[in-house]
Design a protein around this ligand. Structure first.
Ligand code: P70
Length: 461
């Protein structure tokens, strides 16, 4: 029987208490955290929507699998199980396990990028771009224009604009472009999918020009769901089939397994070319660990192998996961809160520049809004705007991204529909009192990935 609603295909076996706080306590906590939600203690948070990364609830099967972990330094049985799961579900032959996604990005960037190279990609992701620049490359954004327009209902805002890609390749020459960095589900654009047609077209173009396509497959599962829902010809295909097809249009992928793959830590680089795999493995032993564990313990690899198979075992899993995100999006939409459209796969992104239109971007509206929501209810979101975008390494000046957003990210299998209701009520409350929200200024700014550890204070009147 086909279910009508998106209700969860699981029930709850164990719970973790969370504390409610008073406004006074939250005022003290956010001041102490320098108005940066990354610096709050989780004990001071009621509903934690900072990220969907590593915050998943594992299944009983995954917890049982932990006990089967083979902690052998070399040749762990758990590694081979993981390699089989990646091969069966994603289709890549060569697996290089890492401690998390950025470990894989580091290896990939180091083996493929020469100083002076250019790496086109569909909107930047913070750690991905960091590693590309750290290896001496320059990232160039080739995402479709619609991705920068929060109101646009374009169904595949994660697509690469082929004309922009061709222009980059023509300007720099194909030999200066080692690969296209293709994020299957674009985090910074609001969890927006690419279409299968676009993935195919980009791959064909790149193959003809001797350029690799490397996916960031972190949330490819959610994109498989959107393709099933939105792209003609895919409505009757299973999520598992669609995910496999996505990966056929690439030469490899980096993965943060802390998202789709339903574990709390882990990641991998997967490729087809044995020679690339050899190069990655020789760096792996220096930066992560031996090639049969990378940065993971045997038990982590066991739980990950189960998680990878579990996420595609039924289409209901991803349907309910994205269904919950869309439920929260609908509540905010109906109340007139400006959010990125269409609601994406992993969270709801509030348009802070529109909601707080009395604040110029240099007064950090998204950072201020995230702090204001926390203050109202203990709900923790994340800034995704000018603070996250950082400074241009050449000029040292602040980048001014077109999107100035607060992300409310939904962990997988963790919160209930009532938690979504409470969250929406809080955002709506803050929206009603928007004029009282003051801008922020930096009091401390680290050099790299500044959003994690920066501190701020309200700009005095
Ligand atoms: C998030 C997390 C991680 C991530 C990702 C994509 C599309 C790679 C990674 C890195 C954690 C995060 C990271 C940087 C800034 C804020 C938050 N995203 N690609 O919350 O993977 O974290 O395992 O090294 O989304 O979105 P990892």
């Amino acid at each position: 029987m086909k279910r009508r609603s998106w209700a969860e295909p699981w029930k709850i076996k164990m719970i973790e208490p969370i504390a409610m706080s008073t406004r006074e306590q939250r005022e003290a906590a956010i001041r102490e955290a320098g108005y940066n939600t990354f610096l709050l203690r989780s004990e001071d948070v009621y509903i934690d929507l900072l990220t969907d990364s590593g915050t998943t609830a594992m299944s009983d099967r995954q917890w049982s699998a932990l006990m089967l972990g083979d902690e052998a330094y070399a040749g762990s049985r758990s590694y081979y199980k993981l390699a089989d799961a990646v091969h069966d579900v994603y289709g890549y032959e060569e697996l290089i396990p890492t401690h998390q996604g950025r470990g894989a990005e580091h290896l990939l960037s180091q083996i493929l990028i020469e100083p002076g190279d250019v790496i086109p990609g569909n909107m930047y992701f913070t750690t991905t771009r960091f590693h590309q620049e750290y290896a001496g490359g320059t990232f160039v954004d080739v995402i479709v224009d619609e991705a920068h327009v929060p109101e646009s209902d374009y169904p595949f805002k994660g697509n690469i604009d082929l004309d922009k890609l061709r222009a980059v390749v023509n300007e720099h020459g194909a030999d200066r472009v080692p690969y296209v960095s293709f994020e299957t589900n674009v985090n910074m654009a609001g969890g927006q999918p690419a279409s299968m047609a676009n993935l195919r077209e980009v791959y064909e173009y790149c193959r003809a020009n001797g350029i690799y396509v490397m996916l960031d497959a972190t949330r490819a599962l959610e994109t498989a769901f959107f393709i099933q829902q939105r792209e003609a010809g895919y409505e009757d295909k299973s999520i598992a089939e669609i995910l496999r097809e996505i990966c056929t249009y690439s030469d490899g992928a980096t993965m943060s397994s802390k998202k789709d793959n339903l574990v709390n830590i882990g990641g991998f680089l997967a490729v087809r070319d044995p020679d690339l795999a050899r190069q990655a493995r020789s760096l792996l032993v220096a930066f992560e660990g031996l090639h049969t564990y990378g940065g993971m313990s045997g038990r982590d690899m066991e739980a990950l192998a189960v998680g990878i198979r579990e996420m595609v075992a039924t289409d209901d899993h991803v349907r309910s996961r994205v269904g919950q995100v869309q439920y929260l999006g609908r509540l905010l939409d109906e109340a007139g809160v400006p959010i990125v459209h269409p609601t994406g796969g992993h969270g709801v992104f509030i348009d802070a520049s529109k909601l707080l239109d009395h604040l110029p971007q240099d007064h950090l509206p998204a950072q201020a809004l995230a702090a204001a929501i926390y203050l109202d209810s203990g709900v923790r979101g994340m800034e995704r705007g000018i603070v996250s975008a950082g400074r241009d390494p050449e000029t040292g000046k602040n980048r001014h991204p077109k999107l100035e957003l607060v992300r409310l990210t939904i962990p997988r299998r963790v919160y209930t529909q009532s938690h979504m209701d409470v969250t929406a009520e809080s955002v709506i409350q803050v929206a009603e009192e928007r004029d009282t929200v003051k801008g922020l200024e930096f009091t401390y700014e680290p050099e790299q990935l500044r959003f994690f550890q920066s501190r701020f204070r309200p700009i005095p009147d």
